[in-house]
Ligand binder design. Structure first.
Ligand SMILES: *[C@@H]1O[C@H](CO)[C@@H](O)[C@H](O)[C@H]1NC(C)=O
Ligand SMILES: *[C@@H]1O[C@H](CO)[C@@H](O)[C@H](O)[C@H]1NC(C)=O
Ligand SMILES: *[C@@H]1O[C@H](CO)[C@@H](O)[C@H](O)[C@H]1NC(C)=O
Ligand SMILES: *[C@@H]1O[C@H](CO)[C@@H](O)[C@H](O)[C@H]1NC(C)=O
Ligand SMILES: *[C@@H]1O[C@H](CO)[C@@H](O)[C@H](O)[C@H]1NC(C)=O
Ligand SMILES: *[C@@H]1O[C@H](CO)[C@@H](O)[C@H](O)[C@H]1NC(C)=O
Ligand SMILES: *[C@@H]1O[C@H](CO)[C@@H](O)[C@H](O)[C@H]1NC(C)=O
Ligand SMILES: *[C@@H]1O[C@H](CO)[C@@H](O)[C@H](O)[C@H]1NC(C)=O
Ligand SMILES: *[C@@H]1O[C@H](CO)[C@@H](O)[C@H](O)[C@H]1NC(C)=O
Ligand SMILES: *[C@@H]1O[C@H](CO)[C@@H](O)[C@H](O)[C@H]1NC(C)=O
Ligand SMILES: [Cu+2]
Length: 680
């Protein structure tokens, strides 16, 4: 079976390719069990591509829905990804890091999870809107019961979206221990791509399409020598939030980088936040990371934090093999990088020496990019798709850098971009830039060890720029303005606080991990009704329960409501990468200081420059502005699409585990659970 599809490249340059196409063999290459409904296996005949010896693989698109039947078995294992310490991790189908999963827009997904680990768990499909399938969202105690060891759960949802997502544990901080994998939903051929903003050369455009069809999946994550259950234990015992990571991994590979004491002293002086430990961290007695006062350092016991976490650095892992991204620019001039920060703590800056990046999509939405950048910051949970032109020399290599972009720690991880060589005996020279570093290509950096952008004055090839998530470049490529202020039906204010050293709250006293994850899920009729009864009348089985006393479960009664969520950050706090489950929101505005208005409309009259009503970014996550004593605020807007309990939380693992989570019960009267998911 073969059929034709007119592939619309761009409006500017009305170039149409007529493809005689069918499903490639590898459409669901990573699915353990795959049944492909209407499909055909034919080779692709593409005008330009054939001439170049390239094959353009395009998925079946929305007309030929395939069933992706994926089985994920989660177990425990042991790895040493930075060469400095062997430790426990979760294995996904026996692997760390997990294989990437690629599906096509329009696919029907059946995702079967077997818990073969000793801890209970669930998996969340980060950024997937779960339109009509809230029971597949994967939040324990909210949309499903937690999966006990030996248990299983089937998620069913339709790929109504496209772009780059990931799947990770939603219990405790297990995602920090490797319980995450990438999910790429290849866009339907019918989608209009933004590539015409980058080039109008047909060859470039063709290669960009091809690159988008076979992107490189890149998970960056901060890495510790301790599993999360040990970290959370030390947190409680020491009454100090354990910060600091030991290394930064790219696709599960890295090395334990330990710059010299002299270099760290110089960096510490230049930054001006205080001295740094061998691990690159501020000392625990620094009030930036360990606030003074009641509930904080007064009751803390520094001795209960291991030196290896904070103070010392294990340089023996420095020569561990790094992640290598292989490219061949005799075959194509473009590669697409699908980047995600799957780590749980630090915001990271990603950069490849001498290779500017065109960010074409953010969190599954094509954006309005025209200008390349040398660096992209990604906080926990953020995904970016970037096209990179392969302008390097065949046989040469270039350093990939990932740096923590935070005040409490300086730390970098490295990888290598390797160009195929016409001569197999030509290999690039790798040199240690300084003591404590791995051997790296000698290419020109755009960021330094601390993630700071470099200029020509400091040895860079150009004055480096980074992707600006607040600029027009981050706005949707196809305009999709938010509903107007008049249409807002409800405004919810959330007071983000840190009441003491072991707690973070998004409002009320917070939903700490142990408080709801093991309970019966709010999605069950008797549970949400019981919780509301207890909250309103203090009667029924949930009266006086911790879940009700935490005052972090809210109600939006109507389907189709337009909701403003306004996050009020009180006092000095780091950036919180807020993540909202289900459908995306518009980023309406943000600012420093207090938000002393009752609505976005009122605030916009006073400070219009802080808002964007025309073409704001559409996201499933967004950072609050890091604050000093005066605080900061963030306003987002969304339309209630899914009846069901919606989770909104900070994506920093420890903040979420520490309670910075709320659940919004949306249009619950409209929710009808399939029997399979209903209360037994
Ligand atoms: C569960 O893990 C054990 C080892 O821990 C292994 O022997 C067994 O085959 C696994 N079971 C499944 C269903 O994969
Ligand atoms: C999944 O769990 C159900 C209920 O406990 C059980 O009957 C079934 O055998 C399990 N399936 C697999 C493949 O483990
Ligand atoms: C997916 O879409 C198909 C076709 O519209 C529908 O029949 C099916 O119920 C949907 N699946 C889920 C899990 O919602
Ligand atoms: C903090 O601790 C470090 C190392 O123990 C010490 O050198 C420094 O003097 C302390 N600073 C303060 C302000 O106490
Ligand atoms: C880069 O920035 C420096 C100042 O740091 C400036 O002097 C120089 O002209 C800039 N170069 C370019 C190419 O913009
Ligand atoms: C995209 O950016 C251009 C400027 O580069 C701007 O004129 C245009 O309005 C933007 N498109 C949208 C949909 O915002
Ligand atoms: C706002 O609501 C009015 C009716 O009250 C409706 O006509 C209009 O289409 C709505 N606009 C948006 C953007 O939702
Ligand atoms: C958050 O808590 C404050 C009181 O501290 C309350 O006024 C506000 O209504 C709460 N937010 C929501 C969404 O209920
Ligand atoms: C920390 O603050 C939370 C929220 O106010 C409170 O429930 C908890 O008891 C406090 N913990 C300690 C150890 O003081
Ligand atoms: C609201 O706060 C701003 C500064 O954040 C201040 O200029 C303004 O006077 C305040 N308005 C009211 C009504 O308090
Ligand atoms: Cu946070």
């Amino acid at each position: 079976m073969s059929f034709s599809i007119a592939l619309r490249l761009l409006p500017l340059f009305s170039l149409f390719l007529t493809l005689s196409l069918a499903l490639p063999h590898d459409t669901h290459q990573h699915a353990s069990r795959t049944s492909v409904a209407r499909s055909a296996e034919l080779d692709v005949d593409v005008g330009v591509g054939k001439a170049l010896g390239l094959t353009l693989h395009v998925g079946a698109g929305t007309n030929g829905a395939n069933l992706v039947d994926y089985v994920l078995e989660i177990s425990e294992g042991s790895v040493n990804p930075d060469g400095a310490k062997e430790r426990m991790v979760y294995l996904l189908n026996g692997k760390f890091p997990a294989d990437p999963l690629t599906i096509d827009e329009g696919d029907e997904v059946e995702f079967f999870i077997i818990n073969n680990a000793t801890e209970s768990l669930t998996m969340h499909f980060h950024g997937i809107e779960q339109k009509g399938t809230p029971w597949s969202d994967g939040v324990p105690g909210v949309t499903q019961p937690i999966i006990q060891p030996g248990g299983n759960f089937t998620h069913r949802w339709n790929a109504t979206q496209f772009g780059f997502y990931f799947i990770h544990s939603h219990s405790k901080s297990q995602q920090d221990d490797g319980m995450s994998m990438t999910l790429y939903i290849r866009p339907s051929p019918k989608r209009e791509r933004p590539f015409g903003k980058i080039s109008d050369d047909p060859l470039d455009l063709f290669q960009m399409y091809a690159a988008e069809h076979h992107p490189e999946s890149i998970m960056i994550m901060d890495w510790r020598h301790f599993p999360e259950y040990e970290i959370s234990e030390m947190w409680k015992e020491a009454n100090i939030e354990p910060l600091c990571v030991q290394s930064i991994l790219i696709n599960g590979k890295g090395s334990s980088v330990c710059p010299s004491a002299d270099e760290l002293a110089a960096i510490g002086t230049a930054r001006g936040h205080g001295d740094l430990t061998a691990q690159g961290c501020l000392y625990i007695n620094n009030s930036i990371i360990n606030p003074q006062g009641e509930g904080f350092s007064a009751e803390s016991n520094v001795a209960l934090l291991p030196d290896e976490l904070w103070l010392t650095c294990a340089s023996e892992g420095v020569d561990n093999p790094l992640y290598i991204l292989n490219v061949d620019n005799t075959k194509t001039s473009w590669v697409m990088l699908n980047l995600v920060n799957s780590g749980g703590l630090w915001e990271e800056v990603f950069s490849i020496d001498e290779h500017p990046m065109y960010v074409v999509a953010v969190e599954g939405e094509y954006v309005n990019t025209t200008t390349p950048v040398e660096a992209v910051t990604l906080h926990s949970g953020v995904r970016v798709q970037a096209l990179v032109k392969l302008t390097g020399t065949p046989g040469e290599a270039y350093t990939i850098r990932v740096a923590a972009n935070v005040v409490p720690q300086v730390k970098s991880g490295y990888g290598i971009l390797q160009y195929a060589s016409p001569d197999p005996f030509v290999t690039p020279t790798l040199v240690k830039p300084s003591v404590g570093y791995p051997a790296l290509p000698t290419s020109a950096a755009s960021i330094d060890y601390t993630g700071t952008l470099l200029t020509t004055a400091t040895g860079a090839k150009c004055n480096a720029t980074e992707f600006d998530y607040t600029s027009e470049q981050a706005s949707p490529y196809i305009a999709d303005p938010p509903p107007s202020n008049n249409n807002v039906t409800q405004t919810l204010f959330l007071n983000m606080k840190r009441p003491n050293a072991t707690t973070w709250t998004a409002n009320g006293t917070g939903l700490q991990t142990g408080l709801y994850e093991n309970g019966e899920p709010l999605i069950w009729d008797s549970v949400w009704r019981g919780v509301l009864e207890a909250a309103d009348e203090d009667t029924g089985p949930f009266a006086g329960s911790q879940l009700v006393l935490a005052d972090s479960v809210y109600v939006v009664p109507e389907q189709g409501s337009v909701v403003d969520l306004i996050f009020l950050v009180h006092g000095a706090q780091p950036a919180h990468p807020i993540h909202k489950h289900f459908n995306r929101f518009w980023v309406m505005g943000h600012g420093v200081g207090s938000f002393n208005w009752t609505s976005v409309a009122e605030a916009a009259e006073a400070i219009p420059e802080s808002f964007n009503f025309v073409n704001p970014p559409k996201r499933d996550g967004y950072d609050t502005i890091p604050s000093t004593a005066e605080g900061s605020w963030l306003a987002i807007r969304y339309v209630v699409q899914n009846p069901g309990p919606q989770t909104v939380h900070c994506h920093i693992s420890q903040h979420a585990a520490g309670g910075m989570v709320v659940v919004i019960l949306q249009a619950m009267e409209k929710l009808v659970l399939p029997e399979e998911y209903a209360q037994p």
